[in-house]
Design a protein around this ligand. Structure first.
Ligand code: LLP
Length: 404
């Protein structure tokens, strides 16, 4: 079975469901998960899908069925995970900056909890003491990741408890007899360099003696996927080899086995996704030809927010001569998806497809300019299944209250 969706299939989906449209390939998600499984065969590793990348309930259900666990960044993601069939044992909750009531709700749901501030750790100690095991998210002061906006482990990042506050963590641990069973670090997204994960393992190594209840080394997510043609992703086989070596080193040194957890988001769902749009207007100027599509940063904000690159293909004219285009949205803001991008000649009504749109595409969408969120389709078992309808005007008004 092909792990990509052909132009003809995307065109058929656009004809059936309209555009703008997100299309996801279920078996591609499965294949990505299996690659992790194969690479880490024989290593005590567990994978938790960072579902903030894409939370459609049918996608979550698929991910549950293939045996993957799930990482949630909000209590609502936990509730969605439970709805999708995950057991509490398969759910990890790694939040930041949240009110303690969310942590209480996570404990009530029975899921694994990572805490990212001294303040919440103290509240946790007061509420639960040693009655509920807990993980802590550390800030390792490592700069890593594709760009600053998606780097989360550096010395001025809001995420995690800074390493230099270790003594305060230990005071709380002793005062409340906390059972700290997991150390967590997520240094950022799009981490190509395996050495970053090994640096994190080195940090964990030195911390083990301070945490007698430790069982889990959680290295977060952030595996890089290639967005540009000439890019390479994280070398997962090398990572698995290095991590196996590290786990062995831990076991030798401390006389007990540790498990490693990862929280991949992009790696599992980025490449499975296609965003299909229609060209509304071509605007030729002296210097630029603008191709204005029926979408904007309300549907795919990564190019505007992170200067992220997404391959853009004209599937209506794939053999046409290559010309440079500025691909622009229809939002009342400067929402360029690309400047000066070589694309097969574009005509009005052509379908432009953005590749690698599965992660943080729909999920970071909004109703800005009172525009509808796109429909979503899951290509599974060779069939296109609608998994979310396009918004309607009623959706825009649903929670609003008219007063006189
Ligand atoms: N674990 C934690 C604690 C995280 O904060 C994240 C992502 C992940 C795992 C998953 O990272 P991934 O494997 O997907 O790189 N919206 C940005 C990416 C920021 C993700 C935030 N946290 C983007 O579109 O590039």
């Amino acid at each position: 079975m092909s792990l990509s969706i052909s132009n003809e299939q995307l065109k058929a989906a656009a004809a059936e469901f309209g555009t703008p449209l997100y299309v996801y390939h279920a078996e591609k998600i499965t294949a990505q998960y299996q690659q992790l499984q194969t690479a880490f065969d024989g290593v005590f590793a567990r994978f938790f899908y960072a579902c903030k990348a894409l939370t459609n309930i049918s996608v979550l259900t698929h991910i549950h069925r293939i045996g993957c666990n799930i990482d949630c960044s909000s209590i609502n993601e936990v509730y969605l995970a439970l709805k999708a069939g995950f057991s509490p044992e398969q759910i990890l909750y790694t939040s930041n900056g949240i009110g303690f009531e969310e942590i209480t709700a996570a404990v009530e749901a029975g899921v694994s909890v990572n805490i990212d501030s001294l303040s919440n750790l103290e509240k946790f100690g007061k509420a639960y003491g040693s009655r509920y095991p807990v993980g802590i998210r550390l800030r390792p002061n490592i700069m890593a990741g594709g760009n600053l906006k998606i780097s989360t482990g550096h010395a001025t990042s809001k995420f995690g408890i800074p390493l230099e506050q270790l003594s305060q963590i230990l005071v709380l641990k002793d005062a409340y007899q906390l059972r700290i069973n997991c150390l967590h670090v997520h240094t950022g997204s799009e981490i190509k360099d395996v050495a970053v994960f090994i640096k994190v393992a080195d940090i964990f190594f030195d911390l083990v003696p301070s945490f007698p209840d430790l069982q889990v080394l959680d290295m977060g997510g952030g595996f890089k996927v290639p967005y540009q043609d000439n890019e390479k992703g994280t070398d997962i086989d090398l990572l698995a080899k290095e991590v196996a070596f590290q786990l062995n080193k831990f076991e030798q040194a401390y006389g007990k086995p540790f498990q490693v957890w990862f929280e991949p988001g992009k790696y599992l769902v980025s490449e499975c996704g296609y965003f299909v749009t229609t060209v509304n207007v071509l605007k030729e100027t002296d210097s630029v030809c603008f191709a204005g599509i029926n979408s904007g940063f309300n549907h795919l904000i990564r190019p505007m927010f992170y200067d992220a690159y997404h391959r853009i293909r004209n599937i209506s004219n794939p053999e046409g001569p290559i010309k440079p285009y500025a691909v622009t949205g229809n939002i009342c803001e400067t929402d360029n998806f690309a400047w000066d991008r070589p694309i097969n000649e574009i005509r009005e009504h052509d379908l432009l497809v953005f590749d690698n749109a599965g992660a943080y595409g729909f999920e970071m969408g909004s109703n800005y300019n009172a525009r509808f969120l796109p429909a979503q389709v899951l290509f599974k078992g060779g069939q296109m299944h609608l998994i979310r309808q396009r918004d309607t005007l009623e959706d825009l008004l649903k929670n609003q209250i008219v007063i006189n």
